[in-house]
Design a protein. Structure first.
Length: 109
């Protein structure tokens, strides 16, 4: 039997901090803002750091990177861009990503 290929990857899980509160206050505005963040900041940064969006559910993202360095650079630059975008918004409408990072062994078949 052939041995499966194994690859060490960095996985980053993210979700919007305070998403339920934001949705409760303004559902349409929150969804609009989240879609804009994905299109203008998050998705381009995933591509820039050679990430792969594995899964999404509501406000959460599961992203795979080839290295922990790429995952960390993605996280830092994405947070910086979101902070800049938030400056024009009232504090109760600002979004931030809560991030968790880990390394995993992926078995490729």
């Amino acid at each position: 039997m052939a041995r499966p290929e194994r690859k060490l990857v960095a996985v980053l899980a993210a979700d919007v901090a305070g998403y339920s509160r934001l949705m409760g206050a303004d559902e349409a505005g929150t969804l609009f803002h989240l879609k804009a963040l994905r299109a203008e900041v998050i998705d381009p940064k995933i591509a820039q750091f050679r990430g792969r969006l594995v899964s999404t559910a509501g406000d959460s993202l599961l992203i795979e990177f080839a290295s922990a360095v790429d995952a960390l650079q993605f996280a830092v630059e994405t947070q910086e861009r979101i902070t800049v975008r938030n400056t024009d918004l009232p504090s109760e409408q600002r979004m931030a990503l809560a991030l968790v990072h880990g390394s995993f062994l992926r078995i490729c078949r």
